[in-house]
Write a protein that binds this ligand. Structure first.
Ligand SMILES: O=P(O)(O)OC[C@H]1O[C@](O)(COP(=O)(O)O)[C@@H](O)[C@@H]1O
Ligand SMILES: [Mg+2]
Ligand SMILES: [Mg+2]
Length: 337
């Protein structure tokens, strides 16, 4: 036994953790576990491509636009292809909503129980400048009968009906963070072993923080009450930190305490971020970690989505900071009055 320290244990792999915690999931029958593995596999392949960002074949604009009218980066589409292929072949999802696809993707797996909404590559504007980027996903049980062709009903569900949500952050290291409603756990990728290892068990966000993350370039287009809130943060000498990748800003604030704000602006009265595959999954995670997520008027998880790519203002992070923001946004009828 005394030589045990010669070969220290490498830790709990994601696979093993999923198996061990499968019992913790009320509908446990292995499909969700397999789905999480399919996502992890696709993220490992994409991670390899992201590490090569800068080399010609994976860098730059593709020349096409997505349904939001945004210019698609090559890696946006590579990520979309990688995840869609892994999810279709994995056989556990009957329908996919992706930021890069205008309509619902029917996988043909009509026997499958799950629907997934995914932002294959988050932080696209940062790809070419080697700044952290990510993938965000949200998983629901279908509403329509197993065996039938899935419909819109399966794809626009309230956030509090999610059965799992997570993100992968491709940064100085690559980390996968997810919840199935039983707390939030993070797994760091060890390239040399090709495995994710549990590195951040039972993550909790501080109730308050001193970091605010917001694109202040839009400051004068924000509602007055948000301008006031940001000025208060500065008067309190809080730190302004903004990567411009939602996953990166969210992850830092989850670890250190803080709040991320993407308010409505005069020309974007619904904000910029997409409800189904950006706001809902991160709201599920932050609440499981003891924090809060709001659109200024209500919990993000209580919003009834109306369409696949709808946008929503987002205030997310330490609970007391989100409450402070809601105090002013709820006080003003329309956030611009
Ligand atoms: O450039 P802006 O207006 O600050 O917006 C940055 C925000 O937009 C996003 O890039 C939107 O996500 P996508 O890159 O997936 O389109 C977020 O990651 C980020 O927080
Ligand atoms: Mg995004
Ligand atoms: Mg994206």
């Amino acid at each position: 036994m005394k030589n045990e320290n010669l070969a220290l244990p490498v830790g709990i792999t994601l696979d093993r953790f999923i198996m061990r915690n499968q019992e913790a999931f009320q509908f446990a029958s292995g499909e969700l576990s397999q789905l999480l593995r399919d996502i992890a596999l696709a993220s490992k392949i994409l991670n390899r491509e992201i590490n090569r960002a800068g080399l010609a074949d994976v860098t730059g604009l593709l020349g096409s636009q997505n349904v939001q009218g945004e210019a698609q980066q090559k890696l946006d589409v590579i990520a979309d292809i990688r995840f869609l292929r892994a999810l279709k072949n994995g056989g556990e999802v009957c329908a996919i909503i992706s930021e890069e696809e205008p309509e619902i993707i029917l996988t043909g797996n009509n026997h499958a129980k799950y629907v997934i909404a995914i932002d294959p590559l988050d932080g696209s504007s940062n790809i070419d400048s080697n700044v952290s980027i990510g993938t965000i996903f949200s998983i629901f049980r279908r509403k329509t009968p197993i065996g039938s062709v899935p419909s819109m009903k399966d794809c626009i569900q309230r956030g509090d009906e999610q059965v799992a949500a997570g993100y992968i952050l491709y940064g100085s290291s690559t980390i996968l963070v997810y919840t199935t409603g039983k707390g939030v756990n993070g797994f760091t990728y060890d390239n040399s072993l090709g495995e994710y290892f549990l590195s951040h068990p039972q993550m909790q966000v501080n109730q308050s923080g001193t970091i605010f993350s917001c694109n202040e370039g839009n400051f004068y287009d924000f509602p007055e009450c948000i301008q006031e809130y940001l000025n208060e943060c500065k008067q309190k000498r809080y730190s302004g930190r903004y990567i411009g990748s939602l996953v990166g800003d969210f992850h830092r604030n989850l670890l250190k305490g803080g709040v991320y704000l993407y308010p409505p602006t005069r020309h974007n009265p619904d904000g910029k971020l997409r409800l189904l595959y950006e706001c809902l999954p991160l709201a599920f995670i932050i609440e499981q970690a003891g924090g809060k997520a709001s659109d200024g008027k209500q919990r993000i998880l209580e919003i009834q989505p109306q369409n696949l790519h709808q946008r929503s203002p987002l205030y997310i992070g330490s609970s007391s900071m989100v409450e402070d923001i809601e105090e002013c946004t709820k006080a003003t009828e329309n956030q611009f009055s």
